[in-house]
Design a protein around this ligand. Structure first.
Ligand SMILES: [Zn+2]
Length: 171
């Protein structure tokens, strides 16, 4: 989404309002793919005498991912407030500042940054998700045979312990 700031620059100090939608690219965060709805973006902007533009506003979107425990689909509303100065003629490669150099300000980087900063640390389908056991309650059968998980079979561990003790007593 782009803001046309040509009027604002001619009328430095005058506050303009904006609202619109920003398309959001999916994000891969620590191995998880997070899809994002178009963000609703609105606020105000005002140009300074030196050409910098101060943007103040809110954004709202919905993030779609999978539960960290049971992999069920999870959707979370993400909202954020921002207050940023777009530096006229600033370095577009500099991640520390927002910049612009024509009559338009592209809000994509700002909206994406604030969305990612406000994503939940971990997506969960519900508080205290029991993890893979929840699949069974939804009718998905999960069978873990002894062959697949030898280390987790309690009797295997016991047998090994007894074998070790038997070995020791032989000495
Ligand atoms: Zn879950």
């Amino acid at each position: 989404m782009k803001l046309d700031v040509t009027q604002a620059i001619r009328n430095a100090g005058t506050v303009y309002t904006f609202q619109g939608e920003q398309a959001m690219a999916p994000q891969d965060i620590s191995g998880d793919r997070i899809a994002l709805d178009d963000a609703r973006v609105e606020g105000t902007f005002v140009a300074m005498e030196n050409g910098d533009v101060v943007v103040d506003g809110t954004l709202a979107t919905v993030a779609h991912a999978r539960c960290a425990y049971c992999l069920a689909p999870v959707s979370v509303t993400v909202k954020a407030d921002y207050h940023e100065t777009f530096v006229y003629g600033g370095d577009p490669e500099d991640d520390e500042v927002f910049s612009y150099d024509s009559g338009k300000i592209d809000l994509e980087k700002l909206v994406m940054s604030y969305t990612v900063l406000n994503l939940p640390m971990r997506f969960v389908c519900k508080e205290n998700c029991a993890g893979i056991g929840d699949w069974e309650s939804r009718g998905v059968s999960v069978r873990l045979s002894q062959e697949e998980l030898p280390g987790q079979h309690p009797f295997a561990a016991l047998k090994q312990l007894l074998a070790e003790q038997a070995g020791e007593s032989d000495d």
